[in-house]
Design a protein around this ligand. Sequence first.
Ligand code: URA
Length: 248
Amino acid sequence: MERLQKVLAEAGIASRRKCEDIITAGRVQVNGEVVTTLGVKVNPQEDEIKVDGRAINQQQKIYVLLNKPKGVITSATDPGGRKVVTDFLPGIKERVYPVGRLDYDTEGLLLLTNDGEFAHLLTHPKHHVPRTYQATVKGVPHGTLLEKLRTGVQLEDGMTSPAEVEYADVNPEKNESIIEITIYEGRNRQVRRMFDSISFPVIRLKRIKFGPIFLTGVPRGKYRHLSVSEIKELRDAALSTHKVQKGQ
Ligand code: URA
């Protein structure tokens, strides 16, 4: 059983706070009865919930993949007026929210959806959905340093779990290298902090893969809808990866 306002928010009706107003305004029915008090608990699978006479499970679920440019906030709104990821979704009327976050300066693959259960499944730490990044650093870190990143480095919030780390490219003219790293956790600024810990700060960071889904083919600042089979593959990845994570 879950609180009605949470169920409404997760169905993409509005923010949880606004859903409370919608309830107290008498616009919500549960199994044919108008509910105006907050705190009522419902079973989203069994109860018939309507807003303004329309069943909430009739809300279309939508799943998109955005190639987020750098210099954009992973949020639906910004009080400071800066660019936010939803500015890059013209034509999407549903209220979608990001599946996890990318830093302001990180670019690449970001999923957005109005399916709260799906977002929760993919971002829950116990599911260890792999995320792959291309990290550009100045110079060429020695192989022993990459090995450290692979086995785990100490960050202020604890050791990192095993990761896959490979050189992807070295540009001798610019004295830069691109390192591909796959992590199975989603801690705040994790990749940047991992590279800081070996004294090779990241100068550019791009996510190129999330679970089984690649960024390939989506230009920067553009989006595409996920296919039904991709949505299924993502769900399957979330439900299976914790069993196959290295070292577990
Ligand atoms: N790790 C980071 O450091 N930043 C991101 O945006 C994502 C992962």
